[in-house]
Design a protein around this ligand. Structure first.
Ligand code: UDP
Length: 246
């Protein structure tokens, strides 16, 4: 692990990677990268590299797990052993099980599961390279993979973290900011701004919390535009492409 830097923000207000406090890392999205999946996405966000694959809706087995009036959303978040500095032990961990659960819930308000009773929609996300913000990167990729699979949704889900270093709020923490910072607040939201995931490590005052939510909202809206642009580039920016419910 790297040592704690003396300062995270310089006298010009710039972070160690040159970003402003409210600036997200560059994001690159490739759609339809896996031929076996119904929908897929490869996403790079700063040094994070993530793959998402969507399968379904398909009949859920065993039948006792079926929901008679809706599809089940199953979400797997997994970090490859080689994705971090220290090797990660393969297989589920407490952390990955928790992230998988809350990430599935982040999509429940937007996916129109009622159209597909007794089925399952499987979302697999694999972290190939990690540099903080991997759960939010995976959600951004999964959102695109769902759209690529043609799953009807009320809209996309966009996710970003906000945190605090050197007593200042910063958007989209990198690894050092995440590891050594005073707070880390990952958030996912719908395109209408409804929060579908919120977690928090560390401490913020009430004022800081309010400000952090506004900062992360702006970040999510910026990411939404990047996601929409990627989808429009792939599928065309016309009225036939409409994710919304009639
Ligand atoms: N990390 C790691 N080993 C782990 C878990 C996390 O090296 O077992 C690193 C990784 O770079 C990750 C970062 O710490 O992106 C922050 O982890 P956190 O649990 O906050 O989740 P994330 O910010 O990636 O959603």
């Amino acid at each position: 692990m790297s040592d704690k830097p003396d300062k995270f923000i310089d006298d010009n207000g710039l972070r160690l990677d040159g970003r402003r406090v409210d600036e997200i890392r560059p994001m690159k999205i490739d759609i339809g990268v896996l031929s076996r999946a119904d929908g897929s996405c490869y996403l790079e966000w700063g040094k994070n590299k993530v793959l998402a694959a969507v399968y379904g809706p398909r009949t859920l087995h065993p039948r006792r797990k079926q929901i008679p009036d809706a599809a089940l959303i199953r979400y797997r978040y997994n970090m490859a052993s080689f994705s971090v500095e220290d090797r990660i032990r393969p297989g589920p961990s407490r952390r990955s099980v928790e992230i998988s659960k809350v990430s599935a819930e982040a999509f429940e308000p937007v996916v129109l599961t009622k159209f597909y009773p007794n089925t399952v929609i499987d979302i697999f996300t694999e972290i190939i390279q990690a540099d903080a913000g991997t759960r939010t990167a995976a959600i951004n990729a999964a959102s695109i993979a769902l759209a690529d699979a043609g799953i009807p949704m009320k809209g996309l889900v966009s996710a970003c973290a906000v945190g605090k270093v050197d007593g200042q709020l910063v958007l989209d923490l990198n690894k050092d900011e995440d590891n050594f910072g005073a707070a880390d607040l990952p958030v996912a939201m719908t395109q209408d701004g409804e929060i579908t995931l919120i977690q928090m490590d560390g401490n913020l005052t009430q004022e800081e919390f309010k400000e952090a939510i506004e900062m992360v909202r702006a970040g999510c809206m910026e990411i939404l535009e990047i996601q929409k642009k990627a989808l429009y580039t792939k599928f065309g920016d016309d009225s036939s492409f409409d994710l919304t419910e009639e």
